[in-house]
Design a protein around this ligand. Structure first.
Ligand SMILES: Cc1cc2nc3c(=O)[nH]c(=O)nc-3n(C[C@H](O)[C@H](O)[C@H](O)COP(=O)(O)O)c2cc1C
Length: 356
């Protein structure tokens, strides 16, 4: 059976697959453009998006805002006229509103926003054509967010991304809930669908719900469609493609990962994060505070107390993508150990979407 059509307003990707945003520097123009060209939705991560920009060390915000335009343009060139490209912007980011406004200005097709609830996103996007989606991990979060958007802005989400505990990167769960069984998350997913249905009724429109976190193959995709999903968001599998923007050393960490190498770590953002065990994660177990070399004000003050954080998240994510993966934070999803070989985006998309 072919996979059902995903429709987000006037956006109709050939395949109902979103490549999840991966910061820092893992999903930039090259990966997002290739995914969009192959018929999925390509997502560029805004997290320190300008880290390779000559101005980044002196003026990180300026460099990041400039890079939003250049990465988007590049991704669209790769993607071609039909390609759908958007951005992932984490709520915890300092100057969040400036990032959103810039993405809207450059004409982003979609903005997906998590690591907190994007309460103000509708007012920042206004009447622009950019489609917006929150990332939620529970029915409670979905309810709070959608109710607030309906009351405050008389609008609803264009789609919703539900991220389960097997996802890579920051997780919207308490540390002890990150080991939740897949069946438990399937149940929560049903509750989220019910919450979303309330707003489908109120706004008389379909709100596609996308599942993310540990989706590995076509069997998984079919499973989430059976549960009522309209699409999936996948990230880890896209890391080990030639087009992924991360360096070879990063991709090698993925290829060498065993199941026992996947850990849930504490992030300075105040959320748990799923990552690969390495020299850095071992260091965090014995050092309460790894001194910060340079603060780039990446997180808002309520998310980062510079004096008490265990380590600087930007510094560690940057190490990971600048050929020091052993000494940096390498985020990865819970199924990473099943990835055995390097591939390309078209090959991966074909594997995931071909009729079975
Ligand atoms: C290396 C890496 C970096 C990530 N960075 C972000 C990010 O910047 N913002 C975000 O919302 N999610 C981030 N995520 C989560 C993904 O977008 C995605 O939802 C999740 O990893 C899906 O699970 P999977 O990797 O098992 O497919 C990241 C995931 C990985 C693996």
């Amino acid at each position: 059976m072919p996979l059902p059509q995903l429709t987000i307003g006037d956006l109709k990707p050939r395949h109902p697959i979103i490549q999840g945003g991966m910061g820092i520097g893992v999903s930039l123009a090259r990966l997002a453009g290739a995914v969009a060209k192959a018929g999925g939705i390509g997502i560029i991560s805004c997290a320190q998006i300008g880290y390779q920009h000559p101005r980044f060390q002196r003026a990180p915000l300026k460099a990041n805002l400039e890079a939003i335009a250049t990465e988007y343009q590049k991704a669209k060139e790769i993607a071609g006229p039909e390609g759908i490209v958007g951005f992932n912007i984490m709520c915890a980011m300092n100057k969040y509103e400036k990032y959103v406004q810039r993405c809207v200005e450059v004409g982003a097709d979609v903005i997906i926003s998590g690591a907190g609830l994007p309460i103000h996103l509708p007012e920042l996007v206004g009447a622009a054509k950019t489609k917006i989606a929150p990332i939620v991990s529970s029915a409670k979060a979905a309810k709070i967010l959608l109710r607030t958007w309906a009351k405050r802005y008389q609008r609803t989400a264009d789609f919703v991304v539900v991220e389960g505990p097997q996802a890579g990167g920051h997780l919207g769960f308490k540390y002890e809930d990150t080991a939740m069984k897949p069946e438990q998350m399937d149940e929560e997913f049903q509750h989220i669908l019910k919450e979303v249905a309330v707003y489908e009724e109120q706004f008389q429109r379909k709100i596609p719900v996308i599942f993310a976190g540990g989706v590995f193959d076509r069997k998984d995709i079919d499973h989430y469609f059976q549960l009522g999903a309209s699409g999936v968001q996948m990230a880890s599998r896209f890391v080990v493609t030639e087009e992924c923007d991360a360096p070879e050393s990063y991709k090698k960490m993925y290829l060498n990962a065993q199941a026992t190498d996947v850990e849930v770590i504490k992030s300075p953002v105040g959320m748990p994060g799923r990552a690969l065990k390495n020299r850095f994660t071992e260091r965090t177990k014995v050092e309460a505070h790894i001194p910060i070399a340079k603060c780039r004000s990446c997180l808002s003050y309520d998310h980062c107390d510079r004096k008490t954080i265990p380590y600087c998240i930007t510094e560690m994510l940057l190490n990971a993508v600048t050929d020091q993966p052993e000494d940096g934070l390498v985020f990865a999803g819970g199924q990473v150990h099943r990835i055995k070989k390097m591939t390309t985006v078209p090959e991966l998309m074909a594997e995931l979407t071909e009729d079975n």
